[in-house]
Design a protein around this ligand. Structure first.
Ligand SMILES: CC(=O)N[C@H](C=O)[C@@H](O)[C@H](O)[C@H](O)COP(=O)(O)O
Length: 226
């Protein structure tokens, strides 16, 4: 499974929850278009979208996650084991989790979450991290893939702009497992740079599938005062 992702493109097919594009039919169409044009895997949010994509693309590697806002906690990418169960049952091959060192609901430890996903669900785990320290923790816990996904999106890294080039390089140098570059890859040239720096695969989201954000960026020019 991991071999098929090596040095290849993975497309994150997601949409904001308040968008008409946040629907299983649209997300599945985006995923099919991505695969048709050469991507080898997709990254999908929510059980219903994972299930819909799995039905239409039975053999394509799916990195599944469930973004959940839980009052009092800032972790939101598949924060609890129950979220991982739902994503696993929906048909994801790899479950992406927030593997930062932040406080988790029920004081669950990243280590326990990773081992339960392995043992009880039999799925691979992608650790979405923000820095080297959380990456090391995830590696010690036996994670299968590590990604730069949360660089720039946590309290610790809020002043940093993705992509996390330095973090990518540090992780590639230190770890033997696949390191995925994810977050802020805006052009094909940036994807090439990620590969040149040693990324195992590159996940591109907004630059390919981010219709809502692109619209908002254009719309800003037309707002009052301009
Ligand atoms: C930080 C966070 O919540 N990232 C999410 C993770 O699944 C997605 O919203 C991103 O689109 C994805 O990581 C790809 O990144 P970009 O859209 O920048 O290519």
């Amino acid at each position: 499974m991991l071999d098929t992702l090596k040095h290849k493109l993975i497309v994150s097919c997601q949409a904001p929850v308040d968008s008409p594009l946040h629907s299983p039919i649209v997300i599945t169409a985006l995923a099919k278009a991505a695969i048709l044009r050469g991507a080898v895997g997709v990254r999908i949010d929510t059980p219903s979208h994972v299930k819909a994509v799995r039905e239409q693309l039975p053999t394509v590697p799916i990195i599944g996650l469930w973004k959940q806002q839980i009052p009092g906690y800032s972790v939101y990418i598949t924060p609890r084991f129950e979220d991982a169960i739902a994503i696993g049952e929906a048909g994801a091959d790899i479950i992406a989790i927030d593997a930062t060192s932040r406080l988790r609901p029920n004081s669950e430890k990243v280590l326990d979450l990773i081992s339960k996903i392995h043992q009880d669900l039999g799925k691979l785990v992608m650790a979405d991290v923000d820095d080297l320290e959380s990456a090391r923790m995830a590696i010690e816990a036996g994670v299968d893939i590590v990604g730069t996904t949360l660089y720039g999106y946590t309290e610790k890294t809020q002043d940093c702009d993705p992509p996390g080039w330095d973090l990518l390089q540090q992780m590639v140098k230190e770890f033997e497992i696949p390191v995925i570059c994810e977050g802020g890859i805006a052009t094909p040239e940036m994807a090439k740079k990620a590969l040149d720096l040693g990324a195992y695969s590159v996940v591109v989201g907004g630059a390919i599938t981010g219709v809502d954000l692109k619209l908002q960026a254009f719309q800003a020019v037309f707002s009052e005062g301009n």
